[in-house]
Design a protein around this ligand. Structure first.
Ligand SMILES: [Zn+2]
Length: 229
């Protein structure tokens, strides 16, 4: 049975405030001609197998952290999605495409055998790769766990997709505390279909045993990252 589903992830609740926060800033950058190009050369990757003497002498806190930097182009987002899909333990046939603008931050259509993830084109250049890992995990979990669609979901399903998706992202090596800190920088929102965003953060933190003070610390870093963009 092939059913076309249209799902929006954890952030379907946060799309509007996210764009309210982000888009005016991007508009200013566009006016100033200061928006970084997607074609800018990729920065060197640190923390890989080979470490040069220069990199060794570099303080760890100066190294690029995928929690607090923009993606290095669309190919990095594809790489993140691929890692999360592989870590899920499911065979997921997926593709990534720029979504609509204006439009949701992320959504997925299709089935595990053939799905398309749409990412907001501006967010694709701004939201850190670590955050994308959990958003992709949430979307994949909707399909692997049959957790309903955007129009027919529930707070229970959303939390389950959060938890299952977080397992995928963590198995792929991404940091849940940084992701939860990032979500906390979004205004809380409540809806019948999705519950309270910040309550979901608390529930996920409890599930994985992440101390609240750790998330608050990460949230401050996420807020300063956003302020500096
Ligand atoms: Zn969802």
């Amino acid at each position: 049975m092939v059913v076309t589903t249209e799902l929006v992830g954890l952030i379907h609740m946060t799309t509007r405030p996210f764009h309210n926060l982000l888009l005016p800033r991007i508009a200013v950058l566009l006016v100033l001609g200061a928006l970084p190009s997607c074609a800018e050369p990729a920065a060197p990757v640190h923390g890989g197998a080979g470490t040069s003497p220069t990199q060794k002498s570099r303080p760890p806190e100066k190294r690029p952290d995928s929690s607090y930097r923009p993606p290095r182009g669309f190919t990095e987002l594809q790489s993140v999605a691929g890692r999360v899909a592989r870590a899920s333990g499911h065979k997921i046939v997926w593709r990534l495409q720029p979504g609509a603008n204006p439009g949701p931050l992320v959504r997925i259509r299709g089935t595990v055998n053939d799905c398309t993830i749409f990412v907001h084109p501006l967010a694709a250049r701004k939201v850190p790769p670590n955050t994308w890992a959990f958003l992709f995990g949430h979307e994949f979990a909707h399909l692997t766990e049959n957790l309903g669609t955007h129009s027919a979901t529930s707070p229970e399903n959303e939390l389950q997709a959060d938890i299952t998706g977080a397992r995928y992202a963590m198995a792929a090596g991404y940091r849940i505390e940084a992701f939860l800190g990032w979500v906390l920088t979004e205004p809380d929102q409540k809806s019948d279909s999705h519950g309270s965003l910040h309550q979901r953060v608390r529930a996920i933190a409890r599930k994985f045993g992440v101390p609240w003070r750790t998330i608050e610390r990460e949230s401050k870093r996420a807020a300063s990252y956003r302020a500096g963009r």
